[in-house]
Design a protein around this ligand. Structure first.
Ligand SMILES: [Zn+2]
Length: 460
């Protein structure tokens, strides 16, 4: 009798392992809602999503009736990066779906669960995110429309990713109709960090400056521009921020003061094709190495472009559009000595007993600038915060380098407020990009938010 039980068990287990092995096919990965994945959910309790220190962000509770409920421990704070699974799959719930529904608990435990007809515990996914920093960034936006993204520029690890207004994934079913209604103009379900498309405004001047340095390596340091607040070029008129006259600015001063006239003048002296090529090297008009849903950035300058297009593009306006994450990737390239890293949000996966099942490691994406170029831009970005438009981003704990932007998005003067930067400038540990939609001046609105994030991170 006992022998038959064991033979029966062995047959069960053999089928069971075959069942698991068959999940490895790429077809399953491409099609996360197919029946086999649904079947996995019948034998495994979906694993937890945790922050980089093990703090639980999402877990599954099983009621006495056996009904499972996915609980998001931080409500709307992690809504976009963690995503949801009740109305299709998004965010990490989608990226790590297969890991969360796989169980690597030990052989004996599986055997016991099989006999007891219990589900195995799924693997737990550790993100690169920092729950404390995420909460701080969420509060820092203070209900305004916008986005904040923070990474480690040396590794590409995403430490925080906030998009507001968002949603509470715990109430998603109840709120779904209003969130997706045509009357809702807030884009709550959109992850603005990766899917938002904004004119970069003056944050883009970092790349205009780089192209100018490349085309005029021997003379760029002699650059000088006399700013009276309004640049006139033939019939074309371009004002500096609020018509402010910057006086005489050199190359470094142009970036520190964010002088539109100086950058439009630099832009007009650039080779359009080389400039466009450089922007593509930084990821414009291209797919990006981002595994969350995202939108491509655009930079539209070619030999047909008019002088006005060139002047606008030199200051990050015109048809130039990018996401906050892409802006952060460019900023991080300066911080990381010219090497652009692949951004990533999942660090590793552990089984329910705490043993590591799989691990992601930092990956270099491109080297779109040299170490020397990065060093020069870094010095210029230090002066933006030390003595220029970004002084409100300064931190009491670390030297900050960065760039402000006040990006015009309509003809009636509406502006998005940007700040993008990193600290400590000499040996960067974090890079931060902030945008407040319709917030106005980047220096007045976005820079202080970034400054508070640096203070939090280095002061806690
Ligand atoms: Zn100016």
């Amino acid at each position: 009798m006992v022998r038959y039980v064991f033979v029966g068990l062995f047959v069960c287990l053999a089928g069971y392992f075959a069942y698991f092995v068959s999940f490895g096919s790429s077809e399953v990965i491409k099609n996360p809602l197919n029946n086999r994945v649904k079947n996995m959910a019948n034998i495994v309790v979906r694993g937890e999503i945790r922050d980089r220190n093990g703090v639980t962000i999402a877990h599954t509770e099983t009621g006495e009736d056996g009904k499972e409920v996915r609980v998001y421990d931080f409500g709307s704070v992690f809504a976009h990066p963690v995503g949801y699974m009740s109305k299709g799959l998004t965010g990490i719930e989608s990226l790590a779906n297969l890991d969360l529904l796989s169980s690597h608990v030990g052989f004996i435990e599986r055997l016991v669960n099989e006999v007891m007809e219990r589900k195995n515990l799924g693997d737990n996914v550790y993100t690169t995110m920092d729950a404390g920093l995420q909460e701080f960034c969420y509060q820092a936006l203070n209900g305004q429309k916008g986005a904040i993204v923070v990474n480690d520029p040396k590794t590409g690890e995403i430490l925080a990713m906030v998009s507001t207004p968002g949603f509470d994934p715990n109430n998603l079913d109840a709120e779904w109709d209003s969130l997706t209604s045509e009357d809702n103009q807030d884009g709550n379900l959109l992850n603005r960090v990766t899917q938002g498309q904004y004119p970069p405004g003056s944050t883009f001047k970092i790349l205009t400056a780089l192209e100018y340095m490349r085309e005029y390596p021997d003379t760029y340091q002699d650059f000088s521009y006399e700013c009276d607040g309004v640049m006139e070029y033939g019939d074309l008129v371009l004002a500096c921020h609020e018509g402010h006259a910057h006086g005489t600015v050199d190359f470094k001063g142009a970036l520190a003061q964010s002088c539109n006239g100086a950058f439009a003048t630099m832009g007009l002296s650039l080779d359009k094709e080389k400039w466009a090529q450089m922007c593509e090297d930084f990821g414009f008009n291209q797919e990006l190495p981002v595994d969350l849903l995202y939108k491509q950035s655009s930079f539209v300058i070619n030999n047909e472009s008019t002088d006005w297009d060139v002047m606008q593009s030199a200051i990050g306006q015109g048809e130039t559009m990018e996401s906050p994450l892409h802006n952060l990737m460019i900023t991080s390239t300066v911080a990381n000595n010219g090497t652009m890293m692949v951004p990533y949000i999942i660090d590793h996966t552990e089984n329910a007993d705490g043993e590591v099942v799989s691990k992601n490691t930092p990956m270099e994406y491109r080297k779109p600038m040299t170490v020397e170029e990065a060093e020069i831009l870094k010095e210029d970005m230090i002066s933006v915060v030390a003595e220029g438009s970004g002084y409100r981003a300064a931190s009491q704990y670390a030297q900050v380098a960065g760039k402000t932007g006040s990006a015009q998005y309509n003809s009636t003067g509406g502006m998005h407020a940007w700040f993008t930067g990193f600290a400590p400038a000499e040996d960067p540990e974090i890079a931060v990009t902030v945008i407040v939609e319709g917030g106005g001046s980047g220096g007045e609105v976005a820079a202080p938010i970034a400054g508070s994030i640096f203070d939090y991170y280095f002061g806690r």
